[in-house]
Design a protein around this ligand. Structure first.
Ligand SMILES: [Zn+2]
Length: 72
């Protein structure tokens, strides 16, 4: 995952609700893919704390983070 040294001024991290100028990544927004393009949300790298889940069938796995979305 590509990291960016600057956080965009016009965006807000969905996890902490700030646009503090810290290292961030672009997190793909499910359901927005058109052809090979998908919308993404800038998110502070330091705010991400993922948990690994194996599907009960063992055929699929996920990385998840549940959080209370901060509104603008
Ligand atoms: Zn954040």
């Amino acid at each position: 995952m590509r990291t960016f040294e600057r956080f965009p001024n016009n965006s807000m991290c969905p996890i902490c609700g700030t646009n503090d100028d810290k290292v961030c990544v672009l997190v793909a927004l499910a359901g927005t893919q058109h052809d090979n393009i998908i919308e993404a949300i800038p998110t502070h790298l330091g705010c991400i704390n993922l948990t690994y889940y194996d599907d009960i069938s063992g055929e699929a796995s996920m990385l998840l983070q549940k959080f209370i979305k901060k509104e603008k």
